[in-house]
Design a protein around this ligand. Structure first.
Ligand code: ADP
Ligand code: MG
Length: 399
């Protein structure tokens, strides 16, 4: 992400704010999206994940108002939505019948969840105007939703003079997404967004929610992380997700443990004897993927980022063969990237479409980009969207 693109996104938020209110914002806040480096479908099994924050960010221009109301607008949908802070409790938790446009439930839900987290009554806080602009692509696996939540939480914390840590802001974002929007997601995306550090990843234990910052060292090693957005969105991703979750629960029940977090690689022989082949392969993915996250953290700490390529490759093979959540476009992206010299590559995110990532020498990014583009063309796939992401910082004041 170049300076000018960051500056133009700040300007877009400011311009929208001025259109909305007729006056200048008091400040502009932002929060990043995220990419998951490794640890897929491990979150709901109480396991480990290793995401990092992206340079792509959602920005929000903000200023207080004196009438106890909150108004939100976005360049995605400039039709503003306005409610009294005192009415948020009647809107959320959502009973499945949204009474506000869906996108606005993210920032309004953050306001609602933040007031509860900080025990604030509506008469104790000022009203606000919020205008959003973003360069985080929606639905490309970069978690535009967590960026929107993180930016809102940071802006409102400042407006309301709260000093909450990143983990608390993440919990607020997750509550908004789960209970105000009604999307049953875990905490990974929000933690990655609110705890992000330059050139580092967040090693998150999804059982204890303990988070550690792990240096990635991509920049000093001359490495780039390339994202290949296949632009494929499969209709059966929701059903596929539910089925995988059910298999994991069944596998844990057969093994007599609360979750697959409690099954180790050494237990897999016994697991194979106890369950059908499909359930076993689902279990094997989760168990080996948890181990790969631990191995990746260890490799980063002892040998540096060049040592993790094989773990990324193994993660992809496990998702393709055991968890069966890849699609031809993702396999093509991974194979073409590795053939063109990537140190390792894997699909990232829930599967059935979305993006792949590849760890690539700085000097080979053009070669990998060209090879993947050519492979997509030869296979008759829609051209992918390919870009690099450098691991970045969490919420910040930009103006
Ligand atoms: P993602 O993988 O990008 O997080 P989600 O479906 O979880 O995809 O969240 C995307 C939704 O978040 C959008 O449909 C929209 O409702 C909301 N959203 C994200 N960014 C913005 C933004 N800048 N302005 C308005 N709404 C946004
Ligand atoms: Mg999301």
């Amino acid at each position: 992400m170049t300076e000018s693109s960051a500056a133009s996104s700040v300007r877009a938020a400011r311009d929208l704010f001025v259109d909305l209110t007729g006056h200048e914002p008091e400040s502009v806040w932002s929060a990043p999206g995220r990419v998951n480096l490794i640890g897929e479908h491990t979150d709901y099994n109480d396991g480990f994940v290793l995401p990092f924050a992206t340079p792509q960010r959602t920005r929000v221009a903000v200023a207080p108002r004196t009438d106890g109301r909150i108004r939100v607008a976005s360049t995605f949908d400039p039709e503003p939505v306005e409610v009294a802070l005192a009415d948020l409790d009647a809107l959320f938790p959502s009973d499945g019948a949204p009474r506000v446009p869906e996108w606005s439930a993210y920032p309004l839900g953050v306001a609602w969840a933040l007031m509860h987290a900080a025990s604030l009554t509506p008469d104790a806080v000022t009203g606000v105007d919020l205008a959003f602009a973003s360069d985080v692509p929606v639905g490309a696996g970069l978690s535009s939703s967590a960026a929107l939540e993180g930016a809102t939480a940071a802006a409102l914390s400042a407006a309301w003079d709260l000093s909450l840590d990143g983990a608390t802001l993440a919990q607020v974002g997750r509550r908004a997404e789960n209970e105000a929007v009604g999307a049953p997601t875990g905490i990974m995306d929000q933690m990655a967004s609110t705890l992000g550090q330059p050139d580092a990843a967040i090693f998150l234990d999804c059982r204890t929610l303990e988070a550690q910052v792990v240096d990635l060292g991509f920049a000093p090693a001359g490495l780039e992380l390339v994202v290949i957005d296949t632009r494929v969105k499969h209709a059966h991703s929701t059903g596929g997700y539910g089925e995988r979750r059910a298999s994991c629960e069944q596998g844990a029940a057969i093994m007599g443990v609360p979750s697959l977090r409690d099954v180790s690689v050494a237990d897999l022989d016994r697991a194979q004897e106890l369950m059908d082949d499909v359930t076993f392969r689902r279990v094997r993915h989760v168990v080996t993927e948890n181990q790969r996250v631990l191995d990746t953290v260890e490799a980063l700490r002892t040998d540096g980022p060049r040592a993790i390529g094989g773990l990324l490759d193994a993660s992809h093979a496990s998702m393709r063969d055991d968890f069966e959540i890849s699609v031809p476009e993702l396999d093509t992206a991974v194979e073409a990237a590795v053939a063109a010299g990537a140190l390792g590559a894997r699909m990232t995110g829930g599967g059935f479409g979305g993006s792949a990532i590849a760890l690539v020498e700085h000097d080979r990014v053009a070669q990998v980009t060209e090879a993947v583009t050519r492979a997509f063309d030869a296979a008759g796939f829609t051209a992918p969207h390919i870009f690099t992401v450098s691991p970045s910082a969490g919420p910040a004041r930009d103006a």
